[in-house]
Design a protein around this ligand. Structure first.
Ligand SMILES: [Cu+2]
Length: 164
């Protein structure tokens, strides 16, 4: 629950600053200082999007049949293939009731997977070398975890990342 609150607070802070910028723009059109700040913020945002490829995002979603699947926002599957550019980041968010430990089975470089991700926690992997990375997760039993009824055996999440 604490983790959820931290996440929510982060969203609220982000939403608040966006709202502040939106409000500041029409109110302070005559004052020069806020206008410059708004302009600078927009400029750095645009520079950021062109300098580095956008972070790819996958979510581990809870489903009734198989307990969990990957979601890229468009499709869901236990096995996903994604293509990234060298140096691109992949952010993985665990929205499943299970804790998931990322694993690497193969790849041109050893990735640091850290510890298990709890619900509502995310991790970001950076793919610095070209090649094919075979990744996956295993669920990790946690004390006090929710016992949610699902249908059939749990999916084994597998992920093939091609970096070129
Ligand atoms: Cu699950």
């Amino acid at each position: 629950m604490r983790n959820l609150l931290v996440t929510l607070t982060g969203f609220l802070v982000a939403a608040g600053s966006i709202a502040a910028i939106a409000i500041a723009a029409p109110r302070h059109t005559t004052a020069t200082a806020p206008a410059v700040r708004v302009g600078a913020g927009m400029g750095s945002g645009m520079m950021g999007s062109t300098a580095a490829p956008a972070t790819a995002k996958l979510t581990i979603q809870h489903v009734q049949k198989g307990c969990h699947v990957w979601s890229n926002g468009k499709t869901t599957a236990a096995m996903m293939r994604i293509h990234l550019k060298v140096g691109q980041k992949l952010s993985i968010l665990d929205m499943d009731v299970d804790a998931h430990q990322m694993m690497q089975f193969a790849g041109p470089a050893q990735m640091r997977m850290g510890g298990p991700m709890m619900m509502n926690r995310s991790m970001t992997l950076t793919f610095a070398k070209k090649g094919v990375y075979r990744l996956g997760t295993k669920t990790v039993p946690m004390p006090g975890a929710m016992d949610v009824k699902t249908i059939g055996p749990d999916n084994s999440l597998r992920l093939v990342v091609t970096v070129a």
